[in-house]
Design a protein around this ligand. Structure first.
Ligand code: SF4
Length: 66
């Protein structure tokens, strides 16, 4: 399994990534850039290759699924 994205990662910081969204339903699970198993707590993201993001997380690249 890929490593979890750290909030201290420079790219994570640049995009204000957090492990727990404070924006209601706007979170990684509802973002069109998320990948992988929809039931997983940590999932791949197109923006952060080689890392897993928290399904409940958020970053400023958030784009809602159509
Ligand atoms: Fe989460 Fe940001 Fe990746 Fe969307 S782009 S899945 S909000 S980390």
């Amino acid at each position: 399994e890929l490593p979890h994205l750290s909030i201290d990662d420079p790219q994570a910081k640049a995009l204000s990534y957090v492990n727990e969204s404070t924006k209601g339903g706007s979170n990684c699970n509802s973002c069109m850039l998320i990948e992988g198993d929809a039931s997983a707590a940590w999932r791949p993201c197109k923006i952060f290759p080689g890392k897993l993001v928290n399904a409940k997380g958020w970053c400023s690249a958030y784009a809602p699924k159509p």
